[in-house]
Design a protein around this ligand. Structure first.
Ligand SMILES: [Fe+2]
Length: 317
């Protein structure tokens, strides 16, 4: 059992780095960290150096990062994954530097989502210099796609310490790794991908102020404002460049008495099961997982592709 201590980051490939970065700062409100690496924009929302890295290259999610406790935990995770038949790639020093972590390992989940386990993610002490006063307090959760959410639950709850908090029947499994109702969700989707990335905001007023702002800027609202009955969070999903869905939310439930919590099953076809306020609901769009053998971050300075053993031949275990 691998213990995930937190979510760390999302790494996403973008064809137009300038436009995607401007959206992340001027519309979403994230801080753009000082550039130290051509072709990569690091976006900050909280104490983490960044929680979103936009990488010039093909559109698509590159990886989702999670933290583990330390070097021993990382080594143990690597051993455990390999024993279970998963090909594990150890990140190079340059790749770790780009992620602002000490070390990391990368591998695919059984559904084709690229995951990374990291140690030593950098913390930045100074207050976040938000690009816009959106009220963001932290990187809240990430949501991946898998064809069968029950299989995904089995994977996350046996290989990792994730526990299901609630089900939206066969459409979504909401998972916790700490008292927050969900820091990870898996949505039913035919292809691997990133369904959305969530940012918590400070008040309900921020959700509604952001809604009006996004509409005024011509941003496509995918769903909301509404309220999820599972987490009780007041949500707003909207579409960023290149198919990347962002979410703001406020008021997520905390499960303090872990042992006493009984996961519930909600029928997605029952009115109010997605939005208690009965607004229009839809499956928000996902950004597909990149399946190229390499991405820009995995090229050396001469532009020579370095092959990752687990992606050569498309090897999803
Ligand atoms: Fe969400």
């Amino acid at each position: 059992m691998i213990t995930l201590t937190d979510i760390a980051y999302v790494r996403s490939g973008v064809a137009d780095l300038g436009a995607a970065t401007r959206f992340a700062t001027d519309i979403v409100g994230l801080e753009l960290a000082a550039s130290t690496e051509p072709g990569v924009a690091h976006l900050r929302a909280d104490h983490r150096h960044h929680c979103l890295a936009l990488v010039q290259g093909p559109s698509g999610v590159i990886s989702s990062g999670f933290t583990v406790a330390g070097p021993d935990a990382l080594d143990a995770a690597e051993t455990e994954l390999e024993r279970g038949g998963t090909s594990v790639y150890r990140g190079s020093a340059a790749e770790a530097r780009s992620r602002r972590v000490g070390e990391f390992i990368a591998f695919d989940d059984p559904f084709g989502n690229r995951l990374e386990l990291v140690i030593g993610q950098e913390t930045v002490a100074r207050p976040v210099a938000f690009g816009r006063a959106a009220g963001i307090t932290e990187f809240g959760h990430l949501c991946l796609d898998a064809p069968d959410v029950y299989d995904a639950h089995r994977y996350w709850s046996t290989r990792f310490n994730a526990r299901v908090s609630d089900w939206i029947r066969d459409r979504a499994c909401l998972l916790r790794i700490d008292p927050v109702h969900h820091k990870l969700a898996v949505f039913q989707g035919d292809r691997p991908g990133m369904c959305h990335m969530n940012f918590q905001v400070e008040t309900i007023d921020d959700v509604f102020r952001n809604w009006h702002f996004l509409v005024s800027q011509g941003v496509e609202i995918e769903m909301g404002p509404g309220r999820h009955p599972q987490s009780t969070a007041i949500f707003l999903y909207f579409q960023g460049p290149e198919g990347f869905t962002y979410e703001y939310s406020f008021g997520v439930r905390r499960i303090e008495d872990d042992a006493a919590w009984v996961p519930r099953v909600f029928d997605p076809d029952e009115p109010g099961s997605i939005d208690m306020w009965l607004g229009p609901t839809r499956r928000v769009s996902s950004q597909p997982q990149l399946r190229e053998e390499t991405t820009d971050t995995e090229r050396n300075r001469d532009g020579v592709a370095q092959r990752h053993p687990e992606t050569v031949g498309g090897g999803v275990s």
